[in-house]
Write a protein that binds this ligand. Structure first.
Ligand SMILES: [Zn+2]
Length: 261
């Protein structure tokens, strides 16, 4: 399946016409979020394959072994034991979304903002709710909460069940970057509607799936991605999965760090 839309230009409410930079505005992903929720953790691509489609993104690894972060062309694994390390291109992934990050918009958020207020503030600033955005936030965090999921063993449990054994982390007074996407509501089932961000500290020692923060001050860079390409795996684990259920509730719980209990 290839979903492709071309938006040549957009007119913002205040009369400025902006255009996404030509060329690399594709959000490329392998597999679907619902396949991951269903427990399809087999390696359906190598991270090196994804790196041909972008230098920026997120996902996870084979067997759900930690959170994946693609930043400035390097792939990082944030394991549930707190170890963060760079991974080789042949590492397998069951789900990942990437893009070539080209900044289209730069915004400065109000200082001392929590994640809930940040989301409202940034959503109000987005030119449209009907295209996807790659979002990069560099800043000083008074506090940041994130998690990582541990490696799973076959038969793989659904993601909500696997997240029972997730590890939560909290750092205070730390500099770092948030890396991820905002996707429209209609991407439900394929990607994560709304915000999905991963944290990576400046010293590359701390990383994971973002749950909450207090952003002292920061800078937001946004890349409009109005092409969306989905690589559907030809792996039996994907082909045989039941992807017809509505997994919105499970996704909501998993994204917020709640487990099946
Ligand atoms: Zn995540």
């Amino acid at each position: 399946m290839k979903i492709s839309t071309r938006l040549s230009a957009m007119v913002l409410g205040f009369g400025i016409c902006i255009q996404a930079q030509a060329g690399d505005d594709t959000l490329y992903q392998v597999s679907t979020i619902d396949a991951l929720l269903a427990g399809v953790y087999e390696p359906v691509a190598q991270v090196g394959d994804l790196m041909r489609h972008g230098d920026f993104g997120l996902g996870t690894f084979e067997a759900l072994d930690g959170e994946a972060i693609l930043f400035e062309g390097r792939i990082y694994q944030a394991r549930s034991d707190g170890v963060v390390r760079q991974m080789p291109p042949e590492t397998g992934t069951p789900f990942m979304a990437v893009t070539h990050f080209d900044q289209d918009l730069a915004l400065t958020p109000p200082s001392d903002q929590n994640y809930a207020d940040f989301k409202s503030w940034l959503e109000a600033a987005l030119p449209s709710r009907n295209i996807a955005y790659a979002i990069r936030v560099d800043g000083q965090f008074a506090q940041v909460r994130y998690r990582s999921v541990p490696r799973q063993y076959k038969p793989y449990p659904p993601l909500l069940e696997a997240s029972k054994s997730q590890t939560f982390f909290e750092q205070k007074e730390i500099r770092g970057t948030l890396i991820g996407f905002w996707c429209p509501a209609f991407t439900k089932g394929v990607n994560v509607p709304g915000f999905h961000l991963h944290f990576l500290s400046d010293d590359r020692q701390h990383a994971g799936h973002l749950l909450d923060f207090e952003l002292t001050r920061g800078q937001v860079a946004i890349d409009l991605t109005n092409d969306w390409s989905v690589g559907l795996p030809m792996d039996p684990s994907f082909l045989d999965a039941n992807l017809e259920a509505d997994r919105s509730e499970a996704l909501h719980r998993v994204e917020q760090g709640k487990s099946d209990e």
